[in-house]
Ligand binder design. Structure first.
Ligand code: LLP
Length: 420
């Protein structure tokens, strides 16, 4: 468990704030994040990289609230973005565009232009076709695009197929065999400057072996690319480090990076800038989703606990059958019963947890744990449900960092047919 999330008597606190009190004040569903937990998750990255040229680029997609981005910007982080929308958030949060890397297989010309004008550090390019278009856009603007190629090291990250990205069958990256020739092409294009190499093999990775295998493959390529006459400055090893949702035992960032740096040094690449793109491991266990129990429906086969949060608020269980811990924020003394915790949305896939031992009554507030990553950022308005509010705590201080979406917001861009 997190040292920032703990019971004091029967009441669950995030830092020095009672979650029951927060839900009463701000309503539910409610996302709550701990600023200190985020900074504590960043610390092992910073410790491991101390004394070497490095950049930790927080992956904005994991949690893109501008107050979260502000927290990481103030801590010295760069950002990994995948759209001009994410770039706009970084800039609004006071992030430094010179510390931004732009990833993704489908950047539009307009997005390339915005990122070039903002002066991002690097484009992580995923195909030859993208490289040609980026060259055109950059020369049109009389600017230079600094690039890495995202190479596909073809290692199995051993994670869920939907979030595994480093295998040959994936849409991501440039095949290992084509990397050298694509680098030569890049180096020949106007408006393009090769600065690094990038890989990202997947997400929620709980083992060091796939990272070390990918690193070996990447360093093999760096040696081949430089032998072919193209200089590589930085190594971007992506994100993907997993967190504990239930009984996973991922390595700490400090241990993982220690092993990677040892290999980088042993192979004679210690002079290079080293970059990472962590998302989940910086925010996942810093957040909870609070939800109120509406109705209990005990049954012959299943007991259903109907709560006011749903798959539109938190998609991970419905989409990946992901396990997220669920606890009562006020512990009861009555014996626990097994409940399927379900939302109000009209789909059988709308569940947050199955067969969970809980002692609960209507009106109780439950906390869905480890909800700081890929929670709010994947939320939708399905069933015309406004998205949840978000709150950040720091010690005993509480900030509302996003207001609850009102129903009037939901269709204000829609238009009735007008008689002609
Ligand atoms: N860099 C790139 C190029 C990525 O595609 C991703 C995540 C990251 C960095 C950050 O990975 P992280 O450190 O967060 O694992 N929605 C899924 C996760 C999708 C991850 C997509 N890419 C989930 O809820 O599990």
């Amino acid at each position: 468990g997190s040292p920032f999330l703990a019971y004091r008597g029967p009441d669950l606190y995030l830092e020095d704030v009672s979650l029951q009190a927060l839900a009463r004040t701000h309503g539910s569903p409610l996302y709550v994040y701990s600023r200190q937990a985020m900074l504590a998750a960043l610390a092992p990255y910073q410790r491991a990289l101390k004394g070497r040229q490095h950049l930790v680029c927080y992956a904005v997609k994991a949690n893109s609230n501008i107050a979260v981005l502000q927290t990481f910007a103030q801590a010295g982080c760069g950002f990994d973005i995948v759209s001009s929308g994410e770039l706009a958030r970084v800039l609004a949060a006071g992030g430094d565009p010179a510390k931004v890397v732009f990833s993704g297989v489908g950047k539009t010309r307009a997005e390339m232009a915005e990122a070039l004008q903002a002066g991002v550090k690097c484009f992580n390019v995923e195909s030859t076709a993208e490289l040609e278009v980026l060259s055109e856009v950059a020369t049109g603007l009389k600017l230079t695009a600094r690039i890495s190629l995202r190479v596909n090291p073809d290692v199995d990250a051993g994670t869920h197929p939907y979030i595994s990205t480093g295998l040959k069958g994936n849409k991501f990256g440039i095949a290992h065999e084509l990397a050298v020739q694509t680098y030569l092409r890049a180096a020949s294009l106007p408006g393009i400057e090769v600065v690094g190499i990038d890989c990202h093999i997947g997400s929620q990775i709980t083992d060091t072996a796939p990272y070390l295998d990918a690193l070996d493959r990447v360093l093999d390529l760096v040696e081949a690319i430089e032998a072919a006459g193209v200089r590589i400055h930085h190594l971007d090893l992506g994100g993907g480090l997993g967190i504990t949702y239930t009984d996973e035992t991922p390595p700490s960032a400090e241990v993982l990076i220690g092993l990677l740096l040892a290999k980088i040094d042993a192979r004679g690449h210690g002079h290079r800038e080293v970059m990472f793109e962590p998302g989940r491991s910086l925010v996942g266990n810093a957040g909870v989703l609070l939800t109120e129990v509406m109705f209990l429906k005990p049954g012959e086969h299943k007991n259903f606990c109907v709560v006011d949060a749903a798959m539109n608020d938190l998609m991970r269980p419905a989409l990946y059958e992901a396990y997220m811990g669920i606890v009562n924020v006020q512990q009861r003394t009555e014996p626990a019963v097994l409940w399927d915790v379900v939302g109000p949305v009209c789909e059988s896939g709308d569940w947050l947890g199955r067969d969970r031992a809980l002692s609960t009554q209507p009106g109780d507030v439950l906390a869905v744990l480890s909800a700081g990553a890929y929670g709010m950022t994947m939320a939708s308005n399905y069933n015309t449900r406004g998205r949840a509010a978000e709150v950040m705590v720091d010690g005993s201080q509480v900030w509302v960092i996003r207001e609850r979406e009102a129903v009037s917001d939901l269709f204000k861009q829609e238009r009735l047919l007008q008689a002609t």
